[in-house]
Design a protein around this ligand. Structure first.
Ligand code: GCB
Length: 596
C-alpha cells in the first residue's frame, strides 16, 4: 500500500513537472465536496513595472545574515481581502491595471483523503500560481474557474502560495481593449483546497431528456478514465437508486425512462431534487431541477407551455460598494431586486457570474442566460484568441450544465458580420455543444436598421441561421432617434425565429426630474417615457418572446465621462447606485405584472 502510494505520488510529481503550466479540468459541483476555504486576508505587493517574477519574489526568501537583504517582503505590507477585486479596497487601486502579487500560508494536514487540489472560482484576468516557490499553473480569463492538483507538492504545514495576478487590457484578450464596465482585477472569487480520494467523481451531467419529459439522462465521469468503478446515482424523492459501472473512458451513463412523478422546475415553482452521486470512496451531493425547453416555429416553450421572458440584466457588481459581487449575500441583493421587478429571467451580463448567483437564481425561479465576454471589439482573426474563447466557453458550460435554470448559452454581444466572425462563433457553438447540446443557443445583435422603403425594421446577418433564438439590442429613443412614431415601428427581423429584445434603455440620474422630451435627457421622466415608447413598439414585433431592459442597476464604467450625470457611471439602471428605484422601474414592474 505504502509503495503504491509512493509510486502514485511520484507519477503525480512527474505529471506536475511536464504539465505544470496548464490548469486542469475542474471538478463539477466543487461546493458539494470536502473543502477548506483559503479566503481571508492575503498579503499583497503591487508590481506596477512587472519586476516581481524577475526577482523571484514567489520564493519568499528571508535574509539570513545581518548583511543579507531582499528588496521585497510579503509580511508586514499591504493586505487584501480574498475574494474581492483590488480596485474597491484601496483608493490608489481604483484605476489600477497591472500586476498585483497575492500570497498566503496554509496548512494541509493529512486527511484520509488522498488527493488535494487548489480551486480558484475566478481570478481576474490572468494569473500564474506558485506553490512553495514553484510555478504550478497559469490561467487566463477573469470569470471562469480553474484548479490545479497539489498532491505530492504540498507539505502538512506552512505551505506558501503566491499568485501573480494581472488585469492589463490587451487586444487579444476576452474582453478586449475596451468594454463598458469596470476592469476589476484580483482574486475576485472563492479560493479553496479540495480533497478527494484517489479515484474521484470528476464530472456528471444529469438532466431531463430534451424530448421526453419522463426521462432523466445521467452521465457520470470518474477521474483518469478509471474503468469498472461502481457508481451509484440516487434521487431519493423519486425513489431512484441506480447502480452503474464505468466503461474504459471512466464514464457511466443511463437513461431512465417512464418516470411518472417528476415535478418539473419552472419560475413559478422552482422545484429542485436532491441528487447523490457516489462511488465506494467518493460522494457528491446537490440539488438539481428538471424542465423542458424547446423552440417551435417562432415560439419558446417551457414545459410545453409558451413562455414570455420577463428578463433583466445586471453586472456582477454591488453598486454601493463599488466593487465586484462575490458572496451569497451579494447574490441575494442582486436577485431580490430582480424578483421585486417581477422578472422570470436574468441575462447575466456580460460574463459568467459567480456560482452563488447562478445557484440562488435557480432556487428563486429565474431562467438564466449566460455568456462569455465576447463583447464588441474581439479580434476574430486571431487564432489564439479563438482558442482562448473556446476554452472559456467550455469552462462556463462545464461549471453550469447541471443548472436547469440555464436556458440560453449566449455566444456573443454586438458583433459585426465577417467571415472570421462567423467562423469564430461557429467554433464557440461547437465547443458548447460538445459539452451540452440541449440548451438554446443565442447571441445579441445590434444591426437592426429602419428601411424607409419598406417602412420596417430589418436586419441582415446570415449568422442568425446558426442559432435558436435571435436577440436584439436596440436603443430606440437613446442612441437612435425614432424614424416613425413608436406605434408605427413595425419589425420584420428574423421573422422565422423567436426574438428577444436583449437590451434597450436610456440613462437617467436618480432624482433628476424633467419633461419627457429630448431636452430632458438624463432625467428619470425621459427614461420612463422612453420605456413606455419602447413597450409600445414591442407590440409590433410578431415573433417577440421576451424583453431584457438594460440594466437593473447603475454600474461603473470608464466609458462615461459626463461630470454631472455620469461621473464614471453608466446610468441606465432602473435602480440607482445608491439602491433607489427610478421611475422607469415602475413602468417595467407594471408591464411585467400585466403581460400575459
Ligand atoms: C450595449 C452593450 C452594453 C452597454 C450598453 C450601453 O449595447 O451591450 O454592454 O453597457 O449598450 O449602455 O451603451
Amino acid at each position: 500500500m505504502k509503495a503504491s502510494r509512493t509510486i502514485f505520488n511520484l507519477l503525480l510529481l512527474l505529471c506536475c513537472f511536464f504539465f505544470k503550466l496548464s490548469a486542469q479540468e475542474t471538478l463539477v459541483n466543487v461546493y458539494g465536496r470536502t473543502t477548506q476555504s483559503l479566503n481571508g486576508k492575503w498579503e499583497a505587493i503591487i508590481d506596477q513595472y512587472d519586476q516581481g517574477r524577475k526577482n523571484k519574489i514567489y520564493l519568499n526568501k528571508k535574509p539570513a545574515g545581518k548583511t543579507d537583504f531582499y528588496e521585497y517582503a510579503f509580511d508586514g505590507g499591504l493586505k487584501l481581502n480574498v475574494p474581492s477585486d483590488w480596485n474597491s479596497q484601496l483608493p490608489e487601486l481604483k484605476y489600477y491595471e497591472g500586476t498585483v502579487w497575492y500570497a498566503r500560508h496554509f496548512d494541509a494536514p493529512k486527511t484520509h483523503r488522498e488527493r488535494l487540489f487548489i480551486y480558484f472560482a475566478a481570478v481576474s484576468y490572468r494569473c500564474k500560481v506558485y506553490l512553495n516557490g514553484k510555478e504550478i499553473a497559469e490561467h487566463e480569463g477573469g470569470f471562469t474557474p480553474f484548479q490545479v492538483e497539489i498532491t505530492g507538492l504540498v507539505k502538512p504545514s506552512d505551505n506558501f502560495l503566491a499568485l501573480e495576478v494581472n488585469n492589463t487590457r490587451t487586444a487579444d484578450a476576452i474582453p478586449a481593449k475596451s468594454f463598458d464596465w469596470w476592469n476589476y482585477g484580483g482574486i475576485t472569487r472563492d479560493v479553496m483546497l479540495v480533497s478527494t480520494p484517489k479515484i474521484f467523481i470528476q464530472d456528471y451531467f444529469i438532466q431531463l431528456d430534451k424530448n421526453h419529459p419522463d426521462q432523466i439522462n445521467v452521465k457520470v465521469k470518474v477521474v483518469d478514465k478509471q474503468k469498472n468503478v461502481a457508481v451509484k446515482v440516487e434521487i431519493p424523492e423519486l425513489n431512484i437508486r441506480q447502480n452503474l459501472v464505468t466503461d474504459d473512458q471512466g464514464i457511466a451513463s443511463i437513461s431512465m425512462a417512464n418516470l411518472k412523478k417528476i415535478q418539473r422546475w419552472s419560475p413559478a415553482s422552482p422545484k429542485l431534487y436532491q441528487v447523490l452521486v457516489s462511488t465506494k470512496e467518493d460522494r457528491a451531493a446537490e440539488w438539481i431541477g428538471f424542465r423542458n425547453l424547446a423552440v417551435k416555429g417562432t415560439q419558446i416553450y417551457l414545459n410545453e407551455e409558451p413562455v414570455f421572458l420577463k428578463s433583466i440584466s445586471f453586472h456582477e457588481e454591488i453598486p454601493q460598494r463599488k466593487g465586484r459581487a462575490f458572496s451569497e449575500a451579494d447574490a441575494m441583493m442582486l436577485l431580490s431586486e430582480a424578483k421585486a421587478l417581477g422578472c422570470n429571467m436574468i441575462r447575466l451580463a456580460h460574463y459568467p457570474q459567480n456560482e452563488y448567483t447562478v445557484r440562488a437564481a435557480e432556487k428563486m425561479g429565474f431562467l438564466l442566460w449566460e455568456e462569455t465576454p465576447i463583447w464588441q471589439g474581439i479580434d476574430f482573426e486571431n487564432q489564439e484568441t479563438k482558442k482562448k474563447a473556446g476554452k472559456m466557453i467550455s469552462e462556463m458550460v462545464m461549471r453550469d450544465k447541471n443548472r436547469c435554470a440555464i436556458s440560453f448559452w449566449g455566444m456573443a454581444n454586438e458583433t459585426q458580420p465577417s467571415a472570421a466572425r462567423n467562423e469564430f462563433l461557429k467554433y464557440l457553438i461547437k465547443c458548447t455543444k460538445d459539452i451540452d447540446s440541449t440548451r438554446l443557443i443565442t447571441a445579441a445583435f445590434d444591426l437592426v436598421r429602419f428601411n424607409p422603403d419598406k417602412q420596417r425594421f430589418v436586419m441582415d446577418d446570415p449568422f442568425i441561421n446558426e442559432i435558436d433564438v435571435v436577440a436584439i439590442n436596440k436603443y430606440m429613443g437613446w442612441y437612435h432617434p425614432w424614424p416613425v412614431a413608436p406605434k408605427k415601428a413595425i419589425w420584420d427581423v428574423a421573422s422565422n425565429k423567436p426574438l428577444i429584445i436583449s437590451e434597450f434603455g436610456a440613462e437617467a440620474l436618480y432624482g433628476k426630474t424633467g419633461d419627457a422630451d429630448v431636452a430632458s435627457s438624463w432625467s428619470e421622466d425621459y427614461q420612463a417615457q422612453l420605456y413606455k415608447d419602447n413597450l409600445e413598439m414591442f407590440k409590433n414585433i410578431p415573433n417577440l418572446n421576451g424583453i431584457s431592459p438594460w440594466v437593473l442597476f447603475d454600474f461603473r464604467s470608464p466609458f462615461r465621462f459626463h461630470p454631472t450625470y455620469q461621473d464614471g457611471w453608466n446610468r441606465k439602471g432602473l435602480v440607482s447606485d445608491q439602491g433607489f428605484r427610478k421611475k422607469a422601474w415602475y413602468v417595467i414592474a407594471d408591464y411585467y405584472k400585466n403581460i400575459k
